[in-house]
Design a protein around this ligand. Sequence first.
Ligand code: BGC
Length: 766
Amino acid sequence: MKRVIYTIYIMFFIFSIDVLSQNVQVLNKDNIDEIIKLMTLDEKVKMLSGVGDIYNTSKEELIEPLVNGQVAATFSIPRLGIVSTVTTDGPAGVKLDTIQKGIMHKTYATCFPSATTLASTWNLELVEKIGRAMGNETLEFGSDALLGPGINIQRNPLTGRNFEYFSEDPVISGEMGAAVIAGIQSQGVSACVKHFAANNIETNRMSINAVISQRALREIYLRGFERAIKKSNPWMLMTAYNKLNGYYTPEHPDLLKTILRDEWKYDGLVVTDWGAGKDHPAQMRAGNELMMPGHPVQSERLIKAVNSGKLDEKVIDQNVKKVLEYVVKTPRFRNYKYSNKPNLILNATICREAASEGIVLLKNKEETLPLRNKVKKIALFGKNSYHLIVGGTGSGRVIFKYAAPLSEALENVGMSISKPLANYYKNYNDSVVRVTVPTMKVRTRNIIDFAPEPSVSKEQIEQIVKKTDVAILTIGRNAGELWDRDVNGYFKLSSTEMELVRCISEIYKKNNKKFIVILNIGGPIEVESWRDCADAIVLAWQPGQEGAYALVDILKGNVTPSGKLAVTFPRNYEDVPSSKSFPGVPEDNPVNAFYEEGIYVGYRYYDSFNVMPAYEFGYGLSYTNFSYSPLILSSNKFDKRISVYVTIKNTGKTAGKETVQLYLNAPSGVLEKPEQELKDFAKTNLLKPGEVQQLEFNLDLDDLASFHTGKSQWIAEQGKYEVSVGSSSRDIRSKSQFVLERDVVVEQTHDVLYPNFLLNELTKKK
Ligand code: BGC
């Protein structure tokens, strides 16, 4: 008996040791430090670069993608329970692949409206809902991270990637970014805020050096990131390709350690953009923990650096820790069984709702719109009326199943379109086979986006006008990664487009019929020279796969437009403050980009230097009208916080929503201040005619502060502050003032990120 008990005891002992050792050896959220101790140096360095990138990895190194659409994965160490986790692009939805390793996939994701469209909704709840839908698709397609949102500033209208970014303003960029991140991460997957920082130029994007003053960086280019990070804590952040003041961003310790970690207390994972930077040990030291998409040479270099004493193994350990802290949060680590079947039907309805709120009505002479039932037959001009540009190109493109063109959406709601015209454009679109686009020469459906606009003769229009009640012309533009756009033929209309606008306008006017232009574009284009020709202009942006139906909702009046511009439409390209220095110098092969406009980006420039835009920041018409009550301040003396109240009333005949913007004019003391800056915004509910709603805004001390370069401080200067509430940046409805009685240092920061060249910055004092 004793013997049996003894044997049982020994067995139990061995079992316990086994279980205990298993506990130590298998990763969980509480044993990361112990797990790192069990890893070899080789394993550790491999954890610091990605694997499984289908494009960049050599055949021998290619690891089967875990899911369709994977753009990289993290390294796995099965003996320690470390699983591989997957990243997929963003930011307009999950980017699956149509063909991967020769296999044709038939899985599609939802192509959501572009970031610029989302920002134009000014509706944070709605944008968070979009984030939730994107996050759910990420989860259900088996990915762990969606590579978005992109929250860089739209500094110049020619930038190829503007459609992936929200706005020219850091407050709206940061708020929108925070809403998308919160939505995505509510589904238990990671968002990845990108591209940190100052990623505003695609020309020579792998090396261009953005030279920016400390103040412009703090107030414009970093501010949105700071806001989004502090509000929504993204699990992942992607650095950028460009250099910033002399350093590659992933190799910039001041950017990543001093600002991101020390000042902002960011505790997520920092990854490189795909193939960014040069010096891998430097990236490790700077705190860019994961190199994406990963290449074996990177790990080899890290081992060499450790062995030669150039890199402390402690740095490797710290960075591995960050990667593992990320891994334990992912669905793959939780062994989540994804379905590959997210609710695409539900997501399509969310898509349509967001697109219709993001569409901006730029012009509406004599109530041309809504069409309601007064119009029977439409002459639908423009190749993009028959092929909607849903989103931009490059990694931000989403492979979706179907996007109805406007022609189809109109017909589906019972409107009739001119058949001969439809046949003409359909034949043209079908004949578009190969168009040379700056970065791609392949034949794809989207190539119609880049085909020249075909002309329609005056005689043909004269025929068409007789049989139609109204003319609609869609003008399309697409762009994306790797290239910036040109002024001629891109920012400006081509001669054929111009001719078309003039002829349609003239002929329809002669016949007492209306002419509507739809802009299906990724970012601002020139409108000044032709907008008088149109009776109405509807800015559809790149509205995602349900865009055509959203447009019909607006055209017919089922939805009252409530979108407003989050980016200024300048009258001429030369009016853009960065036009003189974009993309950079030397002109034929830019190396440096001098951001000499400083803090005067977008409306901050137009308003401070009295330059009239074509359509100002915050602008957008409605089918109804709103009145604003005089604003009420909670106090006329600032102490910690001031609340601002305004009551909005729908004074028109149609239900609608109003976007209300709060601007602040700060006193110029030691620091020069822009004429006004957006500090807060809110959107009303859908107000019925006669209905009122009170909105509340809050101003905290940091809303009053500007960055003092010499002192590296955020300072709120004493004096009189003017608060304005308006329907756009130039349609201010009510103003009031409060006083700050003494200077307040809101935050002491570090004296870092100074430009590596002398900058001749724009100032009001000159
Ligand atoms: C882009 C990133 C993208 C990554 C992965 C890069 O070229 O700049 O935005 O997430 O590729 O596709």
